[in-house]
Design a protein around this ligand. Structure first.
Ligand code: ATP
Ligand code: MG
Length: 284
């Protein structure tokens, strides 16, 4: 009995997906041209596919689970379950215009030809806002459409914005935000459900770890209460004496989200020699 997972074969989600499995302690050898691999230390079979095909394979039960961008699911909804947001493959679907074009608001899009690979998402975005535009579906290289006269605007995936910029375009509206998600066939049960729970537990530990940092710092003994209140940690901070009397080392876990604000407060409270380390897994 093996759980079957579908991952993108090559592209923007491929590396992050393989890295996630590796961090879950699941090794496999993957020759670039192979479409299948067997994990060496978990009952898992891996299929490497085009990302657009992954929801279908999962819905049909060819694979039990898969990793795909939320944008793909939003464009073409399938009877599958989203189990977890994975924190990588972050991007947004945005409308962009040639840099020189004037833009005062959504109504300026009325009557424009907009090239996109996401006609479904764009259509509902525009119709919810009463904008009537001409949606031109193309399957790739959307960003060049305005410069070759195919469209007045584009609606495309963006992460840093550098591709739009180098094609003379500027982002004017965000249509949706997206990241990679773990999807599953809703009907998984029995032994497979047990395997899936085991894998999910590991995935959640890896995600929690990536959102947190381990922090160590030195402080004078009389500052422990103040510093502990800034650093709640998983339960409460660890405080160990230093060889120099009157000083302690304080260890804790902090969220990456407000990391720099916490470090500023720690420095103000008298912390010295602050070290910050990554965490591989975090089991609450
Ligand atoms: P495939 O050959 O598998 O069909 P693709 O060309 O359709 O690949 P990619 O460009 O590799 O797809 O993008 C896969 C997913 O990565 C997107 O659907 C999106 O969720 C995510 N993504 C993250 N950042 C970006 C980005 N800057 N541009 C495009 N997609 C991005
Ligand atoms: Mg694709």
């Amino acid at each position: 009995m093996k759980l079957k997972i579908a991952l993108q074969r090559s592209g923007k989600l491929a590396e992050g997906s393989k890295e996630l499995l590796r961090k879950c302690g699941i090794g496999f050898s993957h020759g670039g041209d192979k479409l299948r691999a067997e994990a060496s230390d978990f009952p898992l079979e891996i299929f490497f596919l085009r990302d657009d095909d992954i929801p279908d394979y999962v819905a049909d039960g060819v694979a039990d689970i898969g990793i795909v961008g939320e944008n793909v699911l939003a464009e073409d909804p399938k009877p599958i379950e989203v189990l977890e947001r994975l924190g990588f493959g972050r991007c947004r679907l945005s409308i962009a215009l040639p840099k020189a074009a004037e833009y005062a608001g959504l109504s300026d899009l009325s009557g424009m030809r907009i090239a996109t690979s996401y006609p479904g998402i764009l259509r509902s975005f525009l119709s919810n806002r009463d904008v009537l535009a001409d949606i031109h579906e193309i399957s790739g290289s959307v960003e060049i459409a305005p410069s070759i006269g195919l469209a007045d605007a584009v609606c495309d995936l963006v992460s840093s914005g550098s591709t739009l910029f180098s094609n003379g375009l500027r982002e004017v509206e965000t249509v949706m935000s997206s990241e990679a998600v773990l999807i599953a066939q809703p009907a998984i049960d029995g032994e497979k459900a047990v395997l899936l729970d085991k894998l999910l537990f590991r995935i959640r530990s890896v995600i929690a770890a990536s959102q947190n940092k381990y922090i160590l710092l030195n402080a004078p003994l009389e500052k422990v209460d103040e510093i502990s209140s800034i650093l709640p940690g998983m339960k409460s901070p660890t405080v160990v004496p230093l060889a120099e009397s009157g000083w302690v080392s304080i260890h804790s876990v902090i969220s990456e989200h407000d990391f720099w604000e916490v470090v500023d407060s720690l420095k103000r409270a008298g912390a010295e020699g602050i070290l910050v380390l990554s965490i591989d897994q975090m089991i609450r």
